[in-house]
Write a new protein. Structure first.
Length: 168
């Protein structure tokens, strides 16, 4: 058997066949490349990428709301109590830190998605009335309310958007 017989464009009678150009949408190689890229995208989308490369996924998950007079920071901390969490505010940075300890030392589990260990989240909030910051912890949800200072509220100004088509 001749190896040239295995190459589709070298067979007798196939020379006139229009083969797809490499990189075109019909190219089998291009299609394979696209599908492999999609496969990798799907696999990595299911994980928090920093966790794959040696880092830990960001935990706890937080939500920050910016209202006119205050910031409201909410953190989900299931399985923790308020004694396990510390809240600090220094130089415009709100720090949430704590530790979730494993309940048992039983290592016989084959699989666990639970997160254990120390955590620390830092949020730059800027000009805050430090004496008025309040925190509550209820049903595994920490809520921190940080009122903005008067100076911070006065400095904020709305910038109008010009709708005209002329530029200067």
């Amino acid at each position: 058997m001749n190896v040239r017989d295995l190459v589709p464009w070298s067979r007798p009678g196939d020379r006139d066949r229009n083969l797809p150009v490499e990189g075109s949408a019909e190219s089998p190689l291009f299609t394979l490349h696209r599908e492999v890229n999609r496969l990798f995208d799907d696999v990595f989308r299911g994980f928090d990428a920093p966790g794959l490369w040696g880092g830990r996924p960001t935990w706890p998950q937080i939500e920050v709301q910016d209202h006119d007079r205050e910031y409201r920071v909410t953190a989900e901390l299931p399985g923790l109590e308020e004694k396990d969490v510390e809240i600090l505010f220094e130089d415009g940075v709100l720090t949430l830190r704590g530790e979730k300890r494993q309940e048992t030392e039983d290592r016989s589990r084959a699989f666990s998605e639970r997160v254990y260990g120390r955590f620390e989240r830092r949020l730059s909030l800027g000009d805050i009335d430090e004496d008025a910051i309040q925190a509550t912890f209820r049903n595994g949800v920490l809520t921190v309310i940080a009122p903005k200072s008067e100076q911070s509220r006065e400095r904020a100004r709305r910038i109008p958007i010009n709708t005209g088509m002329t530029s200067h």
